[in-house]
Write a protein that binds this ligand. Structure first.
Ligand SMILES: [Zn+2]
Length: 331
C-alpha cells in the first residue's frame, strides 16, 4: 500500500501463534479502472491453488468496455465458505464507490448466495446459466428419453433468454406439458436470479460467470507458486496486460470499443427496412414503442443488453441522430 498508491491489502493471521489466515489485495490501477471504465458488474469465482500450501483463490473480476476481463481484486483463503466470501466482499466494500448498484454474477454456491446479500444488501445477484443448466441436467438425468431431455434444456434456455414475462411463462407452460417435475425444479430455482424477464439488476446481457473462470485459467502458472510469489506474478501479468491494452486502444479509430462497434453494426444492418412512425412506433414482426429519452423499447432488448435494439436504431436513424450517443458510456 506504501509503494503502490491507491492499492488496498488486508492480511489476517491467528492471534495466538500469528499464523497466516487470509489475504485480500486490490491494486490501485484495477480500482481506478473499475470505477471509471467498467460497468458495475462483477464476476465471482473460487479456484484451487496448486502449491504445497494449497488454499483457494477467490477472484473478483470486471469486464472492460471492449468485453475483455478486467481483474479487480482477489483473496487467498483456506476454503470457499460463506465466512471467507463475506470477509472478501467486506474488504471490497471498503474500497469501491457506494454510488453504483453492483450486479454480481456467480455460480449458485451456498456461501455466495448468503454472503452477497449480507454484505451488499442492495446489489443484484445473477446465477450463472451454465451452472444452472448443469444442475438441471443432473436433476432430469435418467428420467426422460434423450429427445425429451434435449427439449427440456431448450425450454430452460427459452425461459432464461426470453426478454418479456410472456416469453418466460410460455416456456414454463411448455415445460409443464412435458414434465411437471422438471418445471417445478425450474420454478423452485429462483428464476428472478437468472431469467432475463424477471431479473431486476442490470447485467448487460451477461448470463455466465465465465469471465472469472477465464481469469482463473489465465493465472494457471501463478497458482503453482507460494502466495507472495503468486501475488507478484499476477501483478506483473496484470501490468503487462494493461500496458498492451493501452497501446492497442490508442490506435483505435472507432468511437466505440471495436467489439461493441461490431455488434452495433450488425444490429444497425438488421434495422434497415423497419418502418418508423412519428411517435417512434417501430413496425417489425410486431409493433414496438421506442423511448429515446428513457432509452427503452417495449421489446426490452435495449434495457437487458445495454445496446440499442433494432427498433431503437431505426428510430435514431429517423431523427438523423447519432447512434453512438445512445450507447452506454462504458462502451
Ligand atoms: Zn426494441
Amino acid at each position: 500500500m506504501a509503494t503502490n498508491p491507491g492499492s488496498y491489502v488486508e492480511i489476517e493471521f491467528t492471534s495466538d501463534d500469528h499464523r497466516f489466515r487470509r489475504f485480500f489485495v486490490c491494486f490501485g490501477a484495477s480500482l481506478i479502472g473499475f470505477e471509471t471504465g467498467c460497468r458495475p458488474l462483477l464476476f465471482l469465482d473460487g479456484t484451487f491453488l496448486e502449491s504445497k500450501y494449497q488454499g483457494i483463490l477467490l477472484s473478483i473480476i470486471a469486464k472492460n468496455g471492449d468485453e475483455g476481463f478486467f481483474p479487480l481484486a482477489f483473496s487467498v483463503v483456506d476454503q470457499e465458505t460463506k465466512d471467507n466470501w463475506t470477509w472478501t466482499l467486506t474488504c471490497l466494500k471498503k474500497i469501491i464507490s457506494a454510488d453504483r448498484t453492483i450486479t454480481f454474477i456467480s455460480d449458485r454456491g451456498k456461501g455466495l448466495m448468503l454472503a452477497i446479500p449480507g454484505v451488499f444488501p442492495t446489489s443484484h445477484h445473477s446465477y450463472c446459466l451454465r451452472h444452472l443448466k448443469m444442475n438441471f441436467r443432473e436433476a432430469i438425468a435418467g428420467k426422460f428419453s434423450i429427445t425429451i431431455r434435449k427439449k427440456l434444456l431448450q425450454l430452460l434456455d427459452a425461459a432464461a433468454y426470453g426478454l418479456r414475462i410472456e416469453d418466460y411463462t410460455r416456456a414454463l407452460a411448455h415445460m409443464h406439458g412435458y414434465s411437471e417435475q422438471a418445471a417445478k425444479w425450474v420454478e423452485d430455482s429462483d428464476p428472478n436470479h437468472w431469467a432475463n424477464a424477471l431479473f431486476s439488476g442490470e447485467r448487460y446481457g451477461e448470463m455466465y460467470s465465465n469471465c472469472a473462470e477465464s481469469f482463473n485459467s489465465w493465472i494457471l502458472e501463478a497458482r503453482n507458486l507460494p502466495i507472495v510469489q503468486m501475488v507478484d506474478h499476477i501483478r506483473v501479468q496484470m501490468m503487462e496486460m494493461m500496458y498492451r491494452r493501452h497501446n492497442e486502444s490508442s490506435n483505435w479509430e472507432t468511437f466505440l470499443c471495436p467489439s461493441i462497434m461490431e455488434k452495433l453494426q450488425k444490429i444497425q444492418a438488421d434495422s434497415r427496412g423497419l418502418q418508423v412512425r412519428c411517435s417512434f412506433e417501430v413496425r417489425g414482426r410486431r409493433n414496438e414503442a421506442v423511448n429515446l429519452i428513457e432509452r427503452t423499447c417495449t421489446c426490452r432488448r435495449w434495457q437487458v443488453y445495454g445496446l440499442p435494439c433494432v427498433h431503437a436504431c431505426a428510430a435514431v436513424w429517423k431523427i438523423n441522430g447519432s447512434i453512438h450517443e445512445y450507447c452506454s458510456h462504458y462502451f
